[in-house]
Design a protein around this ligand. Sequence first.
Ligand SMILES: [Zn+2]
Length: 270
Amino acid sequence: MIKSGFYYKIIFLLMIICLPFIISSPKIVPVSAAENEENIPITILNYHKIDNMNISLSVLPEDFDRQMAYLKENGYHTINTDQLYNYMVNGEALPENPILITFDDGYEDNYQHAYPILKKYGFTGTIFVITDFVNNNQPNYLTWDQIKEMKSQGMDFQSHTASHKSMTELSMDQLKEELTKSKQALDKELNQDTKFMAYPTGTYNLYIAKIVNEAGYKGAFTIKYGNVDKASNMYALERVPIFHTENTFLSFYERMHYIPVFERLGWYKS
Ligand SMILES: [Zn+2]
């Protein structure tokens, strides 16, 4: 969503003024200084397109590059969904300053623009693909060849259902079909046990989460704003959406650093 530069300046000023309160608050645990190894808050970034379209879902390649450079310079280490699962369920260790970079929908520009930039910084990411779109070789979506090439280089692929229908509008049978068909396609094509899915448009409820579990998934990602930690619901994992704005880097920076404040204010700004 495009906001005015003036609006951003006000927000930024407010953030600076509030900084002493933010720092002194016991609830705040900066992601980059997670001292408590027992329950590290993990930021899960959520992107869609990385290309030059002037829409909020399209982050420009040069902006994406700048964001990845920032993460590299500040000592972040990318993790995949298996590492997240093993940390949350089995208590396995994570690298210092862990971050999970996710992309929804499986656009071809993820291969053309995001993948080379991630590689340049030694990073990996997780792409949630709409499996029917891959099968039908829909234009602007990834092909299995591109997916397999990226997977061989450490990229991670999970489900965004078979056809991206809003799950709250589906019958139980349709829900099962969307989830099972997608998992089977990914399992077969990539020779993996697909553990995660991302809810199309982020819509879900407890009933849908139960069907996701029954379809064999171990967890699901929402677009609910926030960090994930061991207390998070595995079927309602929070993410931090990153959009193209008038000042994309500033909004990225704010979202990276003020998550707990935004969470507390119930201000999601998406
Ligand atoms: Zn989507």
